[in-house]
Design a protein around this ligand. Structure first.
Ligand SMILES: NC(=O)c1ccc[n+]([C@@H]2O[C@H](COP(=O)([O-])OP(=O)(O)OC[C@H]3O[C@@H](n4cnc5c(N)ncnc54)[C@H](O)[C@@H]3O)[C@@H](O)[C@H]2O)c1
Ligand SMILES: [Zn+2]
Ligand SMILES: [Zn+2]
Length: 379
């Protein structure tokens, strides 16, 4: 099969590799019809993780079931399914609680597994023609009859739509509250879409890229361009000096100042400053325990110069982590089915698998107009 293979920093190529296949009775084999490039792939693409050379990328996958193992009961050949990026077993202590992003079985010795992801187990990614899905009865979300018609919406259930929703859940957002979202990448845009669906009164989205901010406005949010003045000040000015009820971090450890210089504490300290006293902050942007490629000594060890005194004085709360996609994907699928949500509106490029190396370059450079890339291996 053809697949997007990681060769080293900023180097991916299309290679012919051994076909994915059923390895355990509980597996399903999926013919991938849509697979996305994600901001999380970029941490690996840039060589800022331990992702091994030769591995296949891709954790945002959907497709059609072509084979099931003898132990699979529910999922049938021919079903269109969307796969949560996290692989859960369904029976460990964390999966039982719905915390499938922290499965204790799928990546022994660690909490959490995913397709084509650094530190998340040996599973290959889905930027390929075929994908092996472990614990298929548990992990496959079988899609309704409009699966193909709304494919570009449903594929977003693999990660960014539930992740954006999770950001608002972690922040504790309630209908009628205000929220500031840092990052207008796909995840931040999905957090804005989620906040609006949930009935937030004011949704601010902070970034420096005008094309991404324009999309935030199209979704109904208020754009805050950090290149045109301090984001915190702009938000305080628009909230009578009090700040927002809630805040979401949708950037991660590679966050930058307006000159493009990385400093991992920027968004977290801005969130403390632009969120009201007693407000809640949800962090889905990825932060890592080690980052040898970082500039500062603290950041190399996964630490940051966090304004803890301000945070404590304001009596705020922070919640963090990978999105437990399965906790939300069925309900978010219903919102898509009935037309209440349309996450595909942020897609900028729909390309063939062969075009992935070029797409990685543009998306990594945050080139103008490259917001979200979907790849079509079956096209
Ligand atoms: N927790 C999870 O389950 C989960 C799932 C998916 C993605 N993620 C993470 O979410 C983050 C965002 O993903 P994405 O696909 O949207 O990535 P992205 O890189 O496309 O978007 C990040 C955006 O943040 C902006 N940005 C940079 N510095 C900023 C700052 N100081 N203030 C405001 N905005 C700033 C960038 O201009 C960019 O538009 C990544 O860290 C990704 O790994 C987490
Ligand atoms: Zn992703
Ligand atoms: Zn589990």
């Amino acid at each position: 099969m053809k697949a997007v293979v990681y060769n080293g920093p900023r180097d991916v190529s299309i290679k012919n590799v051994t076909d994915a296949k059923i390895e355990k009775p509980t597996d399903a084999l999926i013919r991938i019809t849509t697979t996305n490039i994600c901001g999380s792939d970029l941490h690996m693409y840039e060589g800022r993780t331990s992702f091994e050379q030769g591995r296949i990328l891709g954790h945002e996958n959907m497709g059609q079931v072509v084979e099931v193992g003898s132990g699979v009961d529910r999922v049938k050949v021919g079903d269109y399914v969307c796969l949560p990026f996290n692989i859960g077993c369904g029976f460990c202590e964390n999966c039982e609680k719905g915390l499938t992003g922290f499965c204790l079985t799928a990546n022994p010795g660690s909490a959490g597994a995913a397709y084509g992801f650094a530190e998340m187990g040996p599973y290959e990614g889905g930027q390929a023609e075929l994908l092996r899905v472990p614990y298929a009865d548990f992990n496959c979300l079988v899609l309704p009859e409009d699966a193909q018609e709304k494919e570009d919406d449903y594929v977003m259930l693999s990660d960014i739509f539930p992740t954006g929703w999770h950001a608002t859940e972690l922040a504790g957002l309630l209908p009628g509250e205000s929220v500031a979202i840092y990052g207008a990448g796909p995840v931040g845009l999905m957090a804005a879409h989620s906040a609006i669906i949930k009935g937030a009164s004011q949704v601010f989205v902070v970034d420096t890229h005008p094309d991404r901010l324009a999309l935030a406005e199209r979704l109904g949010a208020i754009a805050i361009n950090g290149a045109e003045g301090e984001a915190v000040e702009q938000i305080l000015n628009k909230t009578n000096g009090r700040g927002t009820d809630r805040g979401c971090e949708c950037v991660g450890y590679q966050c930058c100042d307006r000159h493009g210089h990385e400093a991992n504490h920027l968004t977290m300290n801005n969130l403390v400053a632009s969120t009201k006293a007693t407000g809640g902050i949800g962090v889905v942007g990825v932060f890592v325990p080690q980052d040898p490629g970082a500039q500062s000594e603290l950041a190399k060890e996964g630490k940051m110069a966090f304004d803890f005194g301000q945070f404590w004085f304001k009596g705020q709360q922070i919640r963090t982590g990978q999105a437990n996609v399965k906790a939300y994907n069925r309900r978010l699928s219903a919102l898509i089915h009935t037309g209440r949500a349309s996450p595909s509106q942020i897609i900028s490029h729909s390309l063939k698998l062969d075009q992935a190396p070029d797409a990685y370059k543009h998306f990594d450079a945050r080139d103008d107009g490259w917001t979200k890339v979907v790849l079509k291996p079956a096209a």
